[in-house]
Ligand binder design. Structure first.
Ligand SMILES: Nc1nc2c(ncn2[C@@H]2O[C@H](COP(=O)(O)OP(=O)(O)OP(=O)(O)O)[C@@H](O)[C@H]2O)c(=O)[nH]1
Ligand SMILES: [Mg+2]
Length: 409
């Protein structure tokens, strides 16, 4: 027994180092010996094969395949001599390309595509005739400028052609552009200044006012995204804002806003699902006041069990937000440009309920109906203050009538 056991021990003492050494050589060669053909497909930056034989004879003279990708196993076993590997430098991590800054010219390709066909045809004919007017009318209607605005624009241009002031298609197109810019220019298109609202007399001159901007609109138009974009812009420029997750109707809405808070570095107040959104906004105003934040951006629900509930809820949010130290400085109606004229009908419901101060027109990057801006300003009598030109944090810009019209043509 003892002899047999010691035989085993001796046998192991010899066999283990031999096996380890063989394994080491085998593993070492795994990293070196494969032909280029066997390595296909080869990723860029992988260690190059040195072209050595791809096989290793085992003790019985049989040939062992050396499996595994190159460069993976050579450092695992200390028995093998330190291989002289020429390590390729780590490939530079590929950074995603910097997104192009959102500009009207860059993002209004669809709207421009629609108009440029008509404008090209009008210019190409070289004279102003009946077809010119038909083309012009069709272009404006299809761009969703709206019937009444189109009539006003065409009446003005016809009169000026008749009087001889406009004599060529080129001059006609230029005059149309100038008319559109005029129509879109309003004195109230800027956002309210922050922290400049009324003093609270009852609480003494030094009492702080917390401005509240409410974002309202039907579901899916881009309210939450716009709150996130505005927060990004303001925090970047040094204004501390607090987000109020006033959409307690959907559980995911608070999550979505939290992500934007994180991204933009803004503070956030959230309520429980199904809770009272007015109290969320109220808490947000209190917290902003105690922390010294000048502005609360309040997201709201776009859908409730019915429209009456939604409107009543918004009225209440507005009332509560306006209690000192809160002050509603903006009620921004968010409209989705891709819904065109349908958006106008929705808008009217909100106008009646809450005193809307301006429009944020989203998704202008995704529609040929750029003319909806004209219809909104004319038919709703509301200034378009901000424009969404994409889904990213930076894809929100101030409305600029001249740059907008230039980009359309
Ligand atoms: N292309 C484009 N997409 C946008 C823009 N603004 C928002 N979106 C997208 O529109 C979708 C809806 O946006 P949300 O911000 O969730 O809309 P909401 O109004 O908060 O929706 P509800 O909470 O359901 O009422 C998202 O996929 C956004 O990324 C924009 O300006 N351009
Ligand atoms: Mg939302």
């Amino acid at each position: 027994m003892l002899t047999a056991a010691s035989d085993v021990i001796i046998g192991l003492a010899v066999a283990v180092p031999v096996a380890l050494a063989a394994g080491g050589i085998l593993l070492f060669n795994r990293g070196r010996g494969r032909s280029t053909a066997e390595l296909e497909p080869k990723s860029v930056g992988a260690a190059e094969s040195d072209g050595a034989a791809s096989v290793l004879p085992d003790r019985a003279g049989a040939v062992l395949e050396a499996p595994g990708p190159p460069g993976t196993a050579t450092l695992e076993v200390g028995v093998a001599p330190e291989p002289e590997l020429e390590l390729q430098p780590e490939p530079e991590p590929e950074l995603p390309p910097e997104p192009e800054p959102a500009t009207y010219r860059g993002r209004l390709g669809k709207a421009r595509g629609l108009l440029s066909g008509y404008v090209g045809a009008i210019r190409a004919r070289g004279k102003i005739d009946a077809t010119t007017w038909e083309d012009l009318e069709e272009a404006l209607i299809r761009a969703d400028v709206g019937v009444s605005a189109t009539d006003v624009l065409l009446d003005d241009l016809r009169g000026r052609v008749k009087s001889g002031e406009i004599g060529s298609p080129d001059a006609l197109v230029d005059a149309l552009k100038a008319d559109l810019v005029d129509m879109l220019t309003t004195s109230s298109s800027g956002l309210a200044g922050i922290g400049t609202s009324r003093p609270i007399a009852a609480e003494g001159e030094t009492a702080r006012v917390v401005d509240v901007w409410l974002f309202v609109g039907v579901n899916g138009v881009g309210k939450t995204t716009t709150v996130g974009k505005v927060a990004t812009r303001l925090t970047r420029s040094g204004t501390q804002v607090l987000l109020a997750a006033g959409d307690t109707f959907r559980a995911a809405a608070g999550e979505q806003l939290s992500l934007w808070a994180e991204r933009s570095g803004a503070d956030i107040v959230r309520g429980s699902e199904g809770g009272d959104p007015s109290s969320v906004v109220f808490d947000a105003v209190q917290r902003a006041a105690s922390k010294g934040y000048p502005l609360v951006l309040a997201d709201t629900a776009g859908r409730l069990h019915n429209k009456v509930n939604l409107i009543e809820e918004l009225k209440k949010i507005r009332r509560v937000s306006d209690r000192a130290p809160g002050h509603v400085a903006e009620v921004l109606l968010v409209l989705d440009a891709t819904t065109g004229q349908n958006g106008l009908a929705q808008a009217k419901v909100f106008l009646d309920a809450v005193d809307v101060s301006g429009v944020v027109l989203t998704k202008l990057d995704g529609t040929a109906k750029g003319g909806i801006v004209v219809a909104i300003q004319r038919e709703l009598g509301l200034p378009v203050k901000l424009v969404g030109l994409g889904e990213g944090a930076d894809d929100l810009i101030d409305f600029d009538p001249q740059a907008f019209v230039d980009a359309l043509f």
